[in-house]
Design a protein around this ligand. Structure first.
Ligand SMILES: O=C(O)C(=O)C[C@]1(C(=O)O)C=C[C@@H](O)C=C1
Length: 274
């Protein structure tokens, strides 16, 4: 049986594009309406893997997704980056001045804020995903409503693009994580790891950790603090590092264990940018 991959969104969504690029064009997908549903799909074994956006270069990190991965002990088995171009699309024949509402995924709307400043009368409405809106506009023949989505979405659902490339930054990119709910076999050629660290709240505790990472020649690509919700004003640090030798990296983990209240390896995988 072919594996099924849980994605946020439907055919044509950026998650769908990533699933096809990462797992092959023929990949079967479990279309989910939220990131929580993506995690549920994995946990209920409806899917053997999942794709989950974690950060966009313009709109920033999707913080709740760190919590979902951590809470459900999901494993990061890979990552994939794609350039994101946003387009404003409507039913054929509609003009830009006809548009009253623009519906899209909240992350998509955030990436186009500058464009919409010039159209203050358009009401921006957060929706499940970029493609779902386009499908609805077509199926329900919705006039005066626009979607913000990829070019592929316009052709799949028969919409007309009124304005291309409306994202604020020309080089706009989203990083997606590839997830599994089970202990996976080690990824061969892995050179990147995602860690969660909880530190004692004392002077210098974070800097000590960072110094060890420097001493062991790890290249930190990201550090993200996320609130520990049951202890107000305490934070967990989610850190991504690149390493050369996995054996050497395991030694770093041993050293860090003694210096942290909690150390969790969220995944060891291949750097998607190399
Ligand atoms: O709505 C979509 O098409 C999605 O795949 C979601 C999503 C996101 O979650 O960030 C994916 C990439 C873009 O950054 C905008 C939206």
């Amino acid at each position: 049986m072919r594996e099924k991959i849980a994605i946020q969104g439907i055919e044509g969504s950026f998650h769908h594009q990533v699933a096809r690029e990462y797992f092959g064009q023929e990949v079967l997908v479990d279309e989910c309406r939220s990131f929580r549903e993506v995690a549920d799909s994995l946990l209920a074994n409806r899917a053997s893997g999942a794709v989950m956006a974690i950060e966009n270069s313009t709109a920033g990190t999707i913080l709740p997704n760190y919590a979902l991965i951590d809470e459900h002990n999901l494993q990061i088995t890979g990552e994939h980056y794609i350039p994101i171009y946003m387009n404003l699309m409507v039913l054929p024949g509609q003009k830009i001045t006809d548009i009253k509402k623009v519906c899209s995924h909240p992350m998509a709307l955030l990436q186009c804020q500058t464009f919409f400043k010039d159209y203050p009368k358009m009401q921006l409405i957060e929706d499940t995903d970029t493609a779902e809106v386009a499908k609805r506009i077509r199926q329900q023949n919705l006039k005066k409503v626009a979607a913000v989505a990829s070019k592929a979405v316009a052709s799949i659902y028969g919409l007309e693009i009124l304005q291309e490339g409306i994202q604020t930054m020309k080089s706009n990119s989203t990083r997606f994580l590839v997830l599994s709910s089970k202990d996976t076999t080690p990824v061969s050629g892995a050179n990147k790891a995602s860690l969660k660290l909880v530190l004692e709240n004392k002077r210098g505790s974070l800097v000590s950790i960072l110094n060890i990472m420097r001493d062991f020649d790890l290249d930190m690509t990201k550090i993200q603090s996320v609130p520990v919700i049951d202890v107000p004003w305490k934070y967990a640090f989610f850190i991504d590092v690149l390493f050369n030798e996995e054996e050497e990296f395991q030694k770093v983990l041993e050293v860090l264990t003694g210096l942290t209240e909690e150390l969790k390896v969220l995944g060891i995988y291949k750097n998607g940018l190399s």
